[in-house]
Write a protein that binds this ligand. Structure first.
Ligand code: URA
Length: 428
């Protein structure tokens, strides 16, 4: 077999065999296929796509390129969730405790922030003492005892995806559906859970900017997961505007805990309950209605909060300890009166990054206290001079950069915009 022939076939939109795809992934992982040939392949896929069979073969070869977590000891109870990335998305911190309180085992590896989107591991590291790295024995023992263990990606899982993702990032080939499907699903399959829910974000803060591409991505991921024997569901959710009111690591942990303590944060609550219900229905074998009632009860009764307390303390953290507080803060005021007709989530995410909540390069340090608390959201009426948001960071200079970017995210108009659907579709 020969990589040049593989590139040539894809360049002419011909279909690759499973053997060719396996040869390519194995050769690339071992460093025998150079980055420049793999880049050419990715660009050919970007323009010519892949069939479902090719995408499944790529996913499976990447999943098997490194270690695979064996969660079979938990039988049908193991659950996992994946978000395609958003702004203010702290749902794992809430869905995990809800599902664990209902008998699921949320034994999960999470990622760090990427570009303008946040990552669960960064959020958890803002809790003093929380250990995002556990030995395999500790990880399994905690999942068994408490029903949740949430750590960063460890070991040698999906090395082919790590290399390929880094290459796609610098060759403008990230936004290709077959490449996104294989990247996400290879990691989910290697992570071992029997039941998987995907939160496919759609809108200005998401990879998928429109409903049609979000639907195509979601349905391909669901099909591949099912073909590999997993129970699958995908929820397509709005990410045109940030989720909840807080953006930034410690601020998001505070908001997640507030929801678990009973505060009403309507959009965040709704998406968390929808994701948790899908996982409960799959792992407990209940109807959608029963699962929803169980999820709501776990949240309202305080069982999910108790589970969060048990989980975080088992991993060395204390949910009652103070979270990092920013040295500098500034209220941002409306430049004119009117309705907020659009709040570009990607620009809000970029503003949070400028304040220190994200990284520009993978070695940058995060300021856990940095971020934005929204006081108004899309659809709200504001008067000139009224506070829209509070920016949190460490210096005046960062406040100025963050303010400029935050204001660029907003459109204020005399017309009230139509409310967008929060849950756009559910695929099972
Ligand atoms: N998230 C991933 O893990 N991979 C992609 O390709 C895109 C988003």
């Amino acid at each position: 077999m020969d990589m040049l022939e593989i590139i040539r076939k894809k360049k002419h939109a011909r279909v690759l065999t499973k053997e060719e795809i396996e040869y390519m992934v194995a050769g690339f992982s071992r460093g025998e296929i150079p980055d420049y040939q793999m880049s050419a392949f990715c660009m050919a896929v970007y323009f010519n796509g892949m069939t479902d069979g090719e995408t499944a073969a790529l996913t499976s070869a990447m999943a098997r390129s490194g270690d695979m977590l064996d969660l079979s000891r938990f039988g049908c109870a193991s659950v996992d969730k994946h978000s395609t990335g958003g702004v203010g998305d702290k749902t794992s911190l809430i869905v995990g405790p809800i599902v664990a309180a209902c008998g699921g085992v949320f034994a999960k590896m999470s990622g760090r922030g990427l570009g303008h989107t946040g990552g669960t591991v960064d959020k958890l590291e803002s809790i003093a003492g929380y250990r995002t790295s556990l030995s395999p024995e500790e990880f399994f023992a905690q999942a068994e005892k408490c029903g949740i263990a949430l750590i960063g990606q460890t070991g040698n899982m999906t090395p082919a995806d790590k290399k390929l993702y880094a290459l796609r990032d610098v060759t403008e080939t990230v936004d290709s559906i077959p490449l996104i499907v294989s990247s996400i699903m290879s990691k989910k399959l290697a992570a071992g859970a029997h039941n998987i829910v995907l939160d496919v974000k759609c809108g200005s803060g998401a990879f998928m900017k429109d409903g049609e591409s979000a639907h195509a991505l979601a349905s391909k991921m669901v099909d591949i997961g099912k073909a590999c024997g997993r129970n699958m569901a995908a929820i397509i959710t709005d990410m045109d505007t940030p989720l909840g009111f807080a953006v930034g690591n410690a601020l998001e942990v505070e908001e997640a805990l507030a929801l678990l303590r009973g505060e009403d944060i309507p959009d965040l609550r709704e998406i968390c309950l929808a994701l948790a219900s899908e996982l409960i229905a799959m792992c407990r074998g209940t109807s959608a209605e029963e699962a929803r009632a169980m999820a709501e009860n776990a949240l309202c009764s305080g069982a999910a909060l108790a589970k969060a307390r048990e989980w975080i303390s088992a991993q060395g953290g204390d949910i009652d300890a103070p979270l990092p507080k920013a040295k500098a803060a500034r209220e941002i005021r409306a430049e004119k009166s009117g309705y907020i007709s659009h709040m570009n989530a990607e620009a809000v995410g970029r503003a949070a990054c400028l304040l220190g909540a994200g990284r520009k390069t993978k070695d940058d340090e995060i300021d856990f206290a940095a971020g934005i608390v929204l006081l108004k959201k899309t659809g709200d009426f504001v008067r000139e001079g009224e506070a829209l948001a509070v920016l949190h960071t460490s210096s005046e200079e960062k406040l100025c950069a963050g303010e400029r970017e935050f204001l660029s995210a907003l459109e204020i108009s005399s017309e009230k915009a139509n409310k967008k659907k929060l849950i756009i579709d559910i695929l099972r």
